[in-house]
Design a protein around this ligand. Sequence first.
Ligand code: SF4
Length: 426
Amino acid sequence: MSAAATALRAPGAERPVLRERGQREVFCGLTGIVWLHRKMRDAFFLVVGSRTCAHLLQSAAGVMIFAEPRFATAIIDERDLAGMADANAELDRVVARLLERRPDIGLLFLVGSCPSEVIKLDLARAAKRLDRTASPGVRVLHYSGSGIETTFTQGEDACLAALVPEMPAEAPEAPRSLLVVGALAEVVEDQMRRVFAALGIGPVRFLPPRLAAELPPVGPRTDFLLAQPFLAETARVLEERGATRIGAPFPLGAEGTTLWLRAAADAWGVPPARFREATAAGEKRAREAVGRHRAALAGQRVFFFPDSQLEIPMARFLARELGMEPIEVGTPYLHRQHLAEELELLPAGTALSEGQHVERQLDRCRAAKPDLVVCGLGLANPLEAEGIATKWSIELVFTPVQGYDQAGDLAALFTRPLDRRARLRV
Ligand code: SF4
């Protein structure tokens, strides 16, 4: 084994992990703006970046652009890069113009990029300075969406982590509350709210909220459940504020959703009979919807390239609920605590890898001859050209897939590429 790859043992799960370092094929954290700007209706994302950053956002969000999009790019040009212009003065001008034109903005994120990091533009200081001038009407925060050493879902993690210090402290006499952490489609949030209400768990709040002006309180009486596996930094800062994470698998598929809800129910002392009553119908619906895809997917071999950080929960779902065989599950980062419950559920023979050396991984993939590869956009076309069916991992983040009523849609995402390839063969 070379210096670029080492085998580790994941604590809590007796399985080796191949850790690789090398060239990677991933999107950057700016991508998160595509779903975050739709989620928080009074927030605006101002990327401080290059024309490349602007192109990325335009093409990723192209079909979703409304008359007044809630994101834009302040372009750093050659004069800024050469240190010939005062980038801070230019940024102040852009922000003043933006806030004047858009009185609907309640929260402005300055989003760092590779170019802003390269010229060492201090966006933390800029955000503080602009916050002073824009408050009390507008809060100005910052986070980095740079693609240097990150993957695309880290953009959401960085954005939510930036919100945590802004959350009000819970009142000393506040009742115990549950916080669901991770951007979810509103339809999914509403379904979860109903199940938690039936379980007698509440108040239940969500981070991010639908309006940035309605940030939920946090403190020692807050329990939180992660709805996404890529929120390591957000979880860390919530814990710093006194909140307690409830460990659970992620709410993907019938089983995953039940185990996720049960972790909260156990922490809140919900009696088993009440739990069954509140979840049985949803779980049955989900199992039936997923079951309709089983014939197409059972026995198919799937290979995951590291991209979304959803790879391990997805592999668990595909293996346990659809009978697929995960050959290798690659993930950009393996958070051993947050994924402990997932790792326990993965089939024993599944190879795990963390990080990426793309050429070596492609060699392993070709040698394994999988039926389906889950990967980023950059690898999908070349693999399709080689005759391998692929699923874009970014779709797993763009599509509402969490919870009972989305379990069938989640299974369908994996059926479609195999179906398409079968038709092409005819
Ligand atoms: S942040 Fe970096 S990786 Fe992302 S679009 Fe801009 S230059 Fe490219």
